[in-house]
Design a binder for this molecule. Sequence first.
Ligand SMILES: [Zn+2]
Ligand SMILES: [Zn+2]
Length: 435
Amino acid sequence: MTAQQKIKWRRLRACSACDMVSAIPVLRPGEQACCPRCGHILARRHLHPVQRSIALAMSALISLLVAVAFPFISMDTNGLDSQIALPETAATLVSVNQPLVAFIVSCTAIVLPGLYLVGVILMQANVLRRVPRAYSDVIARLFSRMHPWMMADVFMVAALVSLVKLTDIGEVQLGVSFWAYCVFALLLLKTTRSVDIDLLWFKLAGEPPPDLSIRCGINAAEQHAVGCKTCGLVNALPATDSQSNISEPDNYVCQRCGSDLYVRKPNSEQLTWALLLTAAILYIPANAYPMMITTSLGQSHASTIIGGMVELWQHGSEPVAVIIFVASVLVPIVKMLVLVLLLWLARHPGPLNAQQKTRLYRITELIGRWSMVDVFVVAIMVALIQSGNLMSVLPGPAALAFCAVVITTMLAAMAFDPRLLWDIQGKQQYDRVTR
Ligand SMILES: [Zn+2]
Ligand SMILES: [Zn+2]
């Protein structure tokens, strides 16, 4: 193959974290291609990735069906037996006038992961049978957006926290569903990691030859190109007069997958600020109002997030109190503060270099969903303890407010474009050279 032909068949990718263009080599099973500048993974190859995804997704789906069909936890309190199956968690929340919390809990713990697994099986089966289907593209486009909202692992940690709380009240027994859900959470995690988006799009739509003018080692935006967020393909944009303004949205679609292309996320900073402000305002009622109202022998007792944590500590459940403190207090506050810092660093030179800033952003992106632990704990406790005046648990007004805090902080992290952190560094270097 001549040098010209080699250039013609390069597989170019623009890093979604720093925007640098790289040509990725042919990957063997077990290998991954990382961005040479920031270390972000551009593509990862497994052995028999399609068959592996189908096998994992099928096993996860069977585990989920078992988890939904059988009792999750049963409890004996002073001779009163109660047990819950997973679908009852949402149904009980609806019956106690918390339909929104019920919707969020059931979507994140059961419905979305279930739909994702069905999607993986359908799409990978089409790839295996080499039958092109229009819906395969739709499913593949949805995949990247679904990942953060599937919280089976968080629900599992919440179930363990609930167990510790429940052992104080009565004798707890774990149902078949509990163990099935553990297996499901693990298999779901493995399925999401097994889906090879790079290979998938290659099988679904091939690899259009790259624009010969695009060079590696330079930001895509500087070459008037853009990396597709969904399939990774580098698209050359038509030259326009506004090409110097890289923050402006462009109404182009990817030539391979049809997703909208943006040089930088449109209104990224404004949207992140707005969502952060909303989260900060919602954080006040989330902490001021009770998260859970417990009625025991006719006497009601309301506990806030902090109050519930202190009670756990006083009852000798220090590790669980620490988990709740980290998930419900530390994570939301740290996440909001770090995003404010990143927004400031996207405009001003700071003490951190771009790699450190990107790492900080990745951490805030990863930890946000773990704040849902307390909401899931409330959902499980409410579903299990409903014995009228004798013993019952109701969700307080803070449950919905806290749910909203978690969702808005997650949306804020998604709205922020990490490539802005590299743009400011590039601008500083350019200013230094030209001064
Ligand atoms: Zn990078
Ligand atoms: Zn694309």
